[in-house]
Design a protein around this ligand. Structure first.
Ligand SMILES: [Zn+2]
Length: 468
């Protein structure tokens, strides 16, 4: 396998930095060289396999820094396994995921991490790494954080939401941030004021407001902004970098903008569902709105413009999916008559690259910015660059041949995620994945899956590459 040579000819290579009419030589699973199409160098390359990318884009495989395969939540488990979820990711042009291992309350980080390794081991079609969800900050947990950073689990997610489940109070958050400041870890924050939200949930249910749309109303945008602000101040006090996950409210974007204007190491992620969906979806008739229940919630349409602008101005740096699918039948319907019992999460790992490309088609972002927010920056943010996230000599040959002109209609009938609905059912988009290589090995070959469970390798990560 290591001597296999592949040449990708005739395409437009797009990275976060450049657009190049170049052929790409792949050798031993890595990018060996790029050269202009008609150059002597490219003409001289011999290869076992030639991929014709004429009129196509040649882009780095996507890096999705926020997924939850087979995650237990609210008495059920996310419906994609590492096998089905990573296969679907590959179909959508993503070649690396960073999933979340979970510490159970009273348990160690180590046992949580071991549990997630056991779920993923030998199952994945593409490469993967782990963040660690810290649910229980203790003296022992803090010591374990140091060890995990050394081992390549370099980011720690905490929750200001979900009291009684994942919630950490401000003191626990501060202690973990102080530890991360010392050991190089990156604190990731679910920023919503869960204590206040739970009061509003109880009041809504008591008043008979039980439909899915009330999930959006009780999780008020100001309670996302407040928590975002508080997390930023705690991180400043601790001297720690901070990454806010799934930003959905324009008021939260404003908090990030203000912090970055102060020169702070504060970063923000949003997700396709916040860019393309809204509270209109949560209000769909019957129980349909449950399909769109996730936290932070979908917001009124007008927030979308602020999120796109944040992506253009770099006040938001990353688009991940927060892929956490639950079937409409048998899982989402646990919340009929009580929106608070709807499992929180949406499918999307297969749709991210295409939806962001639609942002290019719609004039929201440039092609290079598409690659930056979906590939290069997440790779840098989570210590995977330049092995992942770019096409350059020495990088892993995680390469996608992308047809920018192909039309598709998103649908549960045709998607590969193990979930019985699509959040984008019937949506027409322009652009489609054609072929996907993971470390030079075909996973999708001309719209046919040729990968295998177990090809994907666990990938230890370095520390965040934006820290100064
Ligand atoms: Zn999440």
């Amino acid at each position: 396998m290591t001597t296999t040579r592949t040449v990708v000819r005739g395409g437009l290579v797009i990275t976060a930095a450049d657009e190049m009419h170049a052929d790409v030589l792949i050798e031993g699973g890595r990018i060996a060289a790029l050269a202009a199409h008609d150059s002597d160098a490219a003409a001289g390359w011999s290869a076992d396999t030639v991929i014709d990318a004429t009129n196509k884009y040649v882009i780095p495989g996507g890096v999705d820094g926020h997924t939850h395969m087979e995650m237990p939540f609210g008495g059920t488990t996310a419906s994609d396994t590492f096998e089905t979820g990573t296969r679907a990711a590959a179909w959508g042009g993503t070649t690396t995921i960073v999933d979340f291992a979970i510490q159970s309350v009273g348990g160690s980080l180590r046992s949580g991490l071991d549990t997630w390794h056991a779920k993923a081991d030998a199952q994945c079609a593409i490469d993967y790494g782990f963040h660690m969800i810290v649910s229980d900050v203790t003296d022992n947990t803090l010591k374990e954080m140091d060890v995990l950073v050394e081992e390549g689990v370099t980011s720690f997610k905490m929750f200001m939401a979900y009291p009684g489940v994942f919630y950490s109070d401000d003191g626990k958050i501060l202690r973990a941030m102080q530890r991360a400041a010392a050991n190089g870890g990156l604190t990731m924050m679910h920023a919503e004021n869960g204590i206040a939200i739970d009061v509003l949930v109880q009041q809504a249910l008591a008043a008979g407001r039980t439909d899915p749309r009330y999930h959006g109303e009780v999780r008020h945008a100001l309670l996302e902004a407040e928590a975002t602000h508080r997390a930023i101040q705690l991180a400043r006090v601790a001297g720690a970098p901070l990454y806010i996950v799934h930003v959905s409210a324009q008021q939260a974007v404003a908090e990030l903008t203000a912090a970055r204007d102060l020169g702070l190491n504060v970063f923000g992620e949003t997700c396709p569902q916040y860019l393309f969906l809204s509270t209109d979806n949560l209000a769909e008739p019957g129980f349909e709105g449950a399909k769109y229940v996730c936290s932070t919630p979908l917001r009124p349409r007008e927030h979308q413009a602020a999120l796109w602008q944040g992506l253009r101005t770099n006040d938001l740096q990353v688009v991940s999916t927060d892929h956490c699918p639950f079937c409409f039948a048998g899982q989402k319907d646990m919340g009929v008559g009580d929106f608070s019992k709807i499992p929180n999460g949406m499918p999307g790992v297969e749709n991210r690259m295409d939806l962001l490309h639609q942002g290019v088609v719609d004039g929201q972002i440039s092609r290079r910015r598409w690659i930056e927010i979906a590939c290069a920056t997440p790779a840098r943010m989570f210590g995977l660059y330049p092995r992942k996230g770019t096409i350059a000599p020495g990088a892993d040959a995680d390469v996608v041949i992308y047809d920018p002109h192909a039309e598709q209609v998103m649908s549960a009938e045709t998607h590969h995620m193990n979930v019985d609905y699509s959040a984008y059912e019937g949506r027409r988009t322009t652009g489609r994945v054609e072929t996907v290589l993971s470390r030079g090995v075909p996973v999708i070959d001309n719209r046919t899956y040729v990968g295998r469970a177990g090809h994907g390798q666990y990938t230890p990560r370095g520390i965040c590459q934006y820290l100064i």
